[in-house]
Design a protein around this ligand. Sequence first.
Ligand SMILES: Nc1ncnc2c1ncn2[C@@H]1O[C@H](COP(=O)(O)OP(=O)(O)OP(=O)(O)O)[C@@H](O)[C@H]1O
Length: 236
Amino acid sequence: MIFNSEPIIHVTDAHIFQGLDAVLQNVTFTIEKDEFVFLIGRTGSGKSSLLKTLYADLNLKMGNAEIVGYQLANIKKKDVPYLRRKLGIVFQDFQLFPDRTVADNLFFVMKATGWKDKKAMKDRMIEVLMRVGLADAATKMPHQLSGGEQQRVVIARALINKPSILLADEPTGNLDPDVAEGIFQLFTEINQQGTAILMATHNHDLLRKYPYRVLKCEKGKLLDSKKDDISINTSY
Ligand SMILES: Nc1ncnc2c1ncn2[C@@H]1O[C@H](COP(=O)(O)OP(=O)(O)OP(=O)(O)O)[C@@H](O)[C@H]1O
């Protein structure tokens, strides 16, 4: 039997820099196609810096990293939009255009990523909104939606180009616990349908409840629950 077992992320001996400071050193890990992985660590420990490096917002200056088929060391500026089309990125703050409808927010990303066929765009817009449980939100303005609903729109936007992995930076951080749980459930469903997830979070409850693999930024290193003993109960 032939398995296609190429990992989606493959990082070897990478150093994650903010300016001249190496925030994380000798980072080595892989993430497979169907995995759900938490990224944890104290505030300022390097979670966002690692995610930013993975979507080429920070340069990879030392070591190697491959994500969705792109080598990040020396990636060309012109290739970055193509890399990002293959990733879904979800942040804590929703970053929707406040003066455009939900549909127009989604169309904006489609146009920016090369979609042209109006019917295909409309069909995909409806499809991703249905996927996140917001079939009736297309004509609404962001301010007419709750925080949880706005985050669902952001997730819908991240799904537009059928990414093979979602990178999420504290996606439930601004939400009430119940709403956060619903958003988290949505991520688990998306994962079960075959999209890998790497999610930075401070949410201890999620970590206790869902025994997914954990990567932890600690004292300049990245620990991995696959091989290291990681306590999720210590304060971080
Ligand atoms: N734009 C920046 N310029 C310079 N240094 C930065 C910048 N952003 C973050 N840093 C520094 O890099 C280190 C890692 O920060 P980072 O934001 O990656 O941590 P984090 O684990 O994501 O924290 P949090 O949980 O608070 O989001 C910190 O020392 C921080 O001060």
